[in-house]
Design a protein around this ligand. Structure first.
Ligand code: DUC
Ligand code: ZN
Ligand code: ZN
Length: 467
């Protein structure tokens, strides 16, 4: 079966040019100057005239069905990957979890069981280490050979996922040896827990106190400490997840200026949403936007700095940290006590659009859009060049994106299993048209043609950025 995507402008990290894309089976086999494709025969032709043709989005930070705060993230691998497809994302990297006290391989097996046969798009895993000890360090080596080449540790959540500095250092030393990436939730959880208890004892229970008790200084301090520990571990590759604060970004930028193996992502919520306007919404409404790291103040320059960081590559890419909870019965667990609100925002369906809006607003170039949503995630996490680029030999994961269309985000129309949208009413000046996963059209004109089980598990290599 062959497919010709004709008349579009192919956008990649190095430029945009008119080109027709020929797909045979699951792979891209050629790009043609449009002047030459009259001679090309294909079983099916898709007209991409006036549209961009980009590599399928890769969301390298999702949590489908993640147990958290006495409940579980509301998207399953079925509902979440279908929603991702609607939004132009054709690969996710989800976080398998070793709970504290559990054997790493058991946690991984449980994640395979949840995902196997249920995904609409391709998927891979990072591994959360809920405990660093001799056993889990040994497991890191074997997981790397199985294609799980990145491990998340937490400087937050004492008693749950927290690792102390000694544990972090040991995991980093191991990663330096086996080539893995250490991903860090960089917030000083010990200090945060003190602030949380003090706030609650003063009767400060509303959702906004979630943000107030997780100040920028404690994200910046943990980020700097993680960078120092990685330096002691002979420059172990370090990737800061969900970076939200200017001072944390400064620490990453300084390390990068020193030539260090330090990378970071941000998420759409930190580019568009704020402590005052969302987390501080009246009554309990703000619970919808409780996530960690938290939304930051609009009276400071965080969002502006994050966009700048994306332009300068101090922020490598944009992931969603998709961790959805319904308002009813899930976010509501924290009525009267913000510390019991499950942490997370759903957004896997809207990342490609929300970052594209940055192009429209003059924040990013077209090339950098594609790089931050697809090419860099593929390179960062060992999926390149199978994924993340429109090039011969790569998987035919393609999105035909209409810069003249519009998208209105709403819980009424989204496909995620959430009873609200964190971006309700936001209008994007662009629209996902056709979405192709390994040569199969899975979304066209807002209609779904994919199927559960089409998505395959991807064994990943080491990061292309490793030195
Ligand atoms: N960190 C994440 O990366 N996701 C959900 C919750 C958290 O703290
Ligand atoms: Zn985290
Ligand atoms: Zn996360």
């Amino acid at each position: 079966m062959s497919l010709l995507v004709k008349g579009g402008t192919v956008v990649g990290p190095t430029g945009a040019q008119p080109a027709d894309v020929l797909v045979e089976g699951e792979k891209i086999v050629a790009l043609f100057d449009p002047a030459y494709s009259q001679t090309v025969q294909a079983d099916e032709v898709i007209d991409a005239g006036g549209k961009y043709v980009i590599p399928g989005g890769i969301d390298a930070h999702t949590h489908m069905e993640m147990p958290f705060g006495g409940t579980s993230a509301s998207d399953t691998f079925d509902t979440g990957t279908r929603a991702a497809a609607f939004g132009g994302t054709t690969t996710i990297v989800d976080f398998a979890i070793q709970k504290t006290g559990e054997v790493v391989q058991d946690g991984l097996d449980a994640w395979h069981t949840k995902a196997d046969g249920n995904c609409h798009i391709d998927y891979a895993f990072h591994m959360i280490l809920g405990g660093v000890d001799d056993e889990s360090l040994k497991a890191m080596d074997s997981l790397v050979t199985e294609g799980i080449t990145s491990f998340k540790l937490f400087m937050a959540y004492p008693g749950v996922f927290y690792s102390d500095d000694g544990q972090i250092l040991r995991a980093m030393q191991r990663a330096r040896e086996n080539g893995a990436m250490i991903m860090m939730h960089a917030e000083n959880g010990i200090a945060i827990d003190v602030l949380v208890q003090q706030a609650l004892s003063r009767g400060e229970t509303d959702p906004i106190y979630h943000g107030i008790t997780r100040p920028e200084a404690l994200e910046a301090e943990a980020t700097s400490r993680a960078i120092s520990l990685a330096s002691v571990a002979k420059d172990c590759p370090l990737y800061i997840v969900h970076l939200s604060a200017s001072k944390a970004l400064e620490a990453v930028a300084a390390a990068r200026n020193d030539g260090r193996n330090v990378f970071a992502e941000t998420c759409p919520q930190y580019l568009y949403l704020t402590l005052e306007d969302q987390l501080g919404a009246p009554g309990f409404e703000g619970a919808k936007w409780v996530c960690s790291t938290p939304l930051r103040s609009k009276h400071e320059s965080h969002a502006r700095d994050l966009w700048k960081g994306l332009r300068s590559n101090d922020l490598a890419m944009v992931s969603t940290d998709h961790c959805p909870f319904c308002f009813k019965d899930q976010k509501e667990l924290g009525r009267g006590d913000f510390s019991k609100i499950p942490n997370g925002i759903g957004g896997v369906e809207h990342r490609v659009d929300l970052v594209y809006q940055g192009v429209v607003d003059g924040q990013l170039s077209l090339e950098r859009w594609v790089e931050t949503i697809a090419t860099t995630p593929a390179r960062m996490f060992g999926l390149y060049p199978q994924k993340g680029i429109v090039a011969p030999g790569s998987d035919a994961d393609l999105v035909i994106y209409d810069p003249n269309g519009t998208t209105r985000i709403s819980a009424e129309t989204h496909h995620m299993n959430m009873d609200y949208s964190a971006y309700e009413g936001v209008e994007i000046q662009g629209r996902v048209g056709t979405v192709i996963s390994r040569g199969t059209v899975i979304v066209a004109d807002g209609n779904y043609h994919g199927r559960k089980g089409h998505g395959r598990y991807l064994r990943r290599g080491l990061s292309s950025y490793l030195v």
